[in-house]
Write a protein that binds this ligand. Structure first.
Ligand SMILES: [Zn+2]
Length: 385
């Protein structure tokens, strides 16, 4: 098992429009902080401004994190790796025609659409403290994607959806699973429920690949979250999913106590590489963020768990009951697979030498000797394990 660092391509507007509406993508491309005041109607229509502010290089930011998830899916499709990670991705709230909850482009939906070119059934699992509403909505009417979201529900907690009764519709009925939880859930109750539900889902649905959104706002002490998971508890879910040995696409997501987000995704990178990392964070330029103890793991806190045994049991029973309606894994007639979307990098040859290079372009020209890197869209060389 080894780790290969790949630089994502910047997703093209036409790739983003595989899910999002063209006018929304076009507006994201066009809008600038200094001109936004002239576009009040559009800003309101696309839900930009308040929770989803317009900032410098917003579109490029979207292109990079979405490109990362799309590339991850393509590498899995081409069997270039077993596990692909994009910690910059996981923006699960974005909708077809609007931004939502800090999410502009839904990279998860784009990654899943890519996986569906090669996989009959994709399982999506979300352990962010918020409901994975954008992904659920995108696949609410299909049985080719099963979405399972564990999240805080109630007390008007964002985004307000994700009741256990939301189960999908039409072809997708029973293929959306929601596990609504209350404040203060701890490692023991969360991981027990997670393992019971996920093993049953995999047994019945038999997905051929899995997408796991690892939002770190479900950790204890998150600025916006209200769960009480330790890093070990959060990582236990990642470890459990990995054990099924299915092609696995892992992304980040929310997380608002930033030093703990870095800790969590570091530990989980270790888990995915079967590597236990030392608990003492080594010398690095960000070390002061991890004061005073400079340790990698964070424990859970002494707060009340509002999820009683009987509440958790009721939720489990309802989810299991819904799963009983799925008699067998739905089959699909796979059609001819369209080729990976490929357009040569637009800024490579046409760059004006008088213009300052942006960081992404600059980075691309640095040849690192500790990684094998052959340029964007390089799918020809088997690598990774
Ligand atoms: Zn979140």
């Amino acid at each position: 098992m080894y780790c290969l660092v790949q630089r994502p391509h910047k997703a093209y507007p036409s790739e983003l429009a595989q899910f999002h509406s063209e006018d929304y993508v076009e507006f994201l491309h066009r809008i600038r902080p200094d001109t936004q005041n002239s576009f009040r109607t559009e800003l309101a229509r696309f839900n930009l401004g308040e929770d989803c502010p317009v900032f410098e290089n917003l579109f490029e930011f979207c292109q990079i994190y979405a490109g990362g998830t799309i590339d991850a899916a393509r590498r899995l499709n081409n069997q270039l790796c077993d596990v692909a990670i994009n910690w910059a991705g996981g923006l699960h709230h974005a909708k077809k025609c609007e931004a939502s909850g800090f999410c502009y482009i839904n990279d998860l939906v784009l990654g899943i659409l890519e996986l569906l070119k090669h996989h009959a059934r994709v399982l999506y699992i979300d352990i962010d403290v918020h409901h994975g509403d954008g992904v659920e909505e995108a696949f609410y009417f299909t049985d080719r994607v099963m979405t399972v979201s564990f999240h805080k529900f109630g007390d008007l907690f964002f985004p307000g959806t994700g009741d256990v009764k939301e189960i999908g519709e039409k072809e997708g009925k029973f293929y959306a699973i929601n596990v609504p939880l209350k404040d203060g859930i701890d490692d023991t109750s969360f991981t027990r429920l997670f393992k019971t539900i996920i093993s049953k889902v995999i047994e019945i649905y038999q997905p051929s690949s899995i997408v796991l959104q690892c939002g770190a706002d479900s950790l204890a002490g998150d600025r916006l979250g209200c769960f009480n998971l330790s890093i070990d508890g959060h990582a236990e879910c990642v470890k459990f999913v990995k054990k099924f040995n299915l092609p696995l696409l892992v992304t980040g997501g929310g997380g608002y106590t930033k030093e703990n987000v870095a800790r969590c995704w570091t530990v989980e990178t270790g888990v995915l590489l079967d590597t236990e990392l030392p608990n003492k964070i080594p010398e690095n330029e960000y070390l002061e963020y991890f004061a005073p103890d400079y340790s990698l793991k964070i424990p859970s806190r002494l707060i009340e768990n509002f999820n009683s045994k009987s509440y958790l049991s009721t939720i489990k029973v309802q989810v299991m009951e819904n799963l009983r309606h799925i008699q067998h894994a739905p089959s699909v007639q796979m059609q001819e697979v369209p080729p990976d979307f490929y357009i040569p990098d637009f800024d490579e040859d046409e760059q004006n030498p008088d213009e300052r290079m942006d960081q992404h372009t600059q980075d691309k020209q640095i040849q690192r000797d500790d990684e094998y890197y052959n340029g964007d869209n390089d799918n020809d060389h088997p690598a990774g394990s």
